[in-house]
Design a protein around this ligand. Structure first.
Ligand code: TLP
Length: 339
């Protein structure tokens, strides 16, 4: 039976072009600085995102963890959005690796209330009080259902950060989804942040790997921290080669967005499922049902995989290995379950 895997856009298999590129990649020892394929990927990635330099890292989590470590000192405060991945889903590296205190703030679909943000950064300079040195943003915002955080919000956050000399890091795991959905180049979003992490291994289809980008001096320190965390990889050009191919796959994200919308529209007509298709902006959809776990279990019997995120929330993600037939099969399976 064909399996339609909507659990995440991380599940994509490498394309034929990627496999050929991987096989033919010219490699060297990247820890010693001589893997030409990695260097090429880092050059292309920095150019694409409009930053001075870039570093290839094994995962998005490591990219975010390195950024926090480089920008902060132990005991600093880091402002995070309350539903953000960096705060909720990265095994607590803020505390474990950087020893900083996260300050979660609420948001509207990933955009902070600027009044609250100002209040949070305008801390009394008093040695009782942890001082914020970093603000984090996430675009698209995963647990706000792939919401696109508007560019004006980036400008506003930059202004607040500058008023206190605070850094801004963007978890841009899916920044190209935001870019394709809004028509705004990814580098425009990146302009307003000091550093950005984006994933090659999600909608762009690479099997492994993310990019951390920022000023040259930041990336030099990041390389140091990556090694400390055991993320120095040797002949990793074999993987970077797939990453180079992935950078050429940005345009196809629009197909994922169209399919997510179609899926959401189809599901919104099924009694028992609560979803607003108007809120679906990119490739992630969240739907509410009475018992998410049992629905996900039944879906599996129809060859449809989804994730139960809470007792009543199911997340489904479209990606390059999901086609129109998979979308139709998923709608059909839900109809069966709820009939
Ligand atoms: N997200 C994964 C899971 O961890 C939830 C997914 O399936 O969506 N930032 C954001 C916004 C992410 O969504 C993810 C992964 C990461 C960072 C971490 O990337 P990896 O998995 O490469 O460490």
């Amino acid at each position: 039976m064909r399996v339609s895997d909507f659990r995440s856009d991380t599940v994509t298999k490498p394309t034929e072009k990627m496999r050929i590129a991987m096989r033919e990649a010219v490699v060297g020892d990247d820890v010693l600085g001589d893997d030409p394929t990695v260097k090429e990927l880092e050059r292309l990635a920095a150019e694409k995102i409009g930053k001075e330099a870039a570093l290839f890292v094994p995962s998005g989590t490591m990219g975010n963890a390195i950024a926090v470590k480089v920008w902060t000192d132990e005991g600093d405060e880091v402002i995070v959005e309350e539903k953000s991945h960096i705060y909720n889903f990265e095994s607590g590296h803020l505390a474990f690796i950087s020893r900083v205190i996260p300050r979660p703030l609420p948001s509207k679909r990933g955009a902070y209330d600027i009044g609250l943000l100002k209040k949070a950064v305008n801390k009394r300079k008093d040695y009782h009080v942890p001082q914020p040195t970093l603000i984090t943003l996430e675009n698209t915002h995963n647990f706000w259902g792939g919401a696109v955080v508007p560019l004006e919000h980036f400008r506003a956050v930059r202004e607040v950060a500058d008023s206190r000399g605070i850094r801004v890091h963007l978890d841009g795991a899916r920044i190209f989804n935001a870019s394709v959905a809004s028509g705004i180049p990814a580098r425009e979003y990146a302009r307003y942040v000091d550093s950005v992490m984006f994933c090659l291994s999600k909608g762009l289809g690479a099997p492994i790997g993310s990019i951390l980008a920022g000023p040259k001096e930041f990336i030099e320190k990041a390389r140091w921290v990556r090694k400390m965390l055991g993320g120095g990889m040797r002949q990793v050009g074999v993987i970077a080669a797939a990453g180079i191919v992935a950078l050429g796959m940005i345009d196809r994200l629009k197909d994922d967005h169209r399919r997510a919308k179609e899926l959401a529209r189809g599901l919104s007509k099924v009694p028992g499922i609560r979803i607003n298709p108007e809120e679906v902006e990119t490739n992630i959809i969240f739907l509410k049902v009475d018992d998410a776990k049992s629905v996900v279990q039944k879906l599996k019997e129809y060859g449809v995989l989804a994730l139960a995120i809470s007792d009543e929330d199911i997340r489904m993600v479209t990606h390059k290995d999901i086609d129109d037939e998979d979308v139709n099969r998923a709608i059909w399976a839900f109809k069966k379950i709820f009939s």
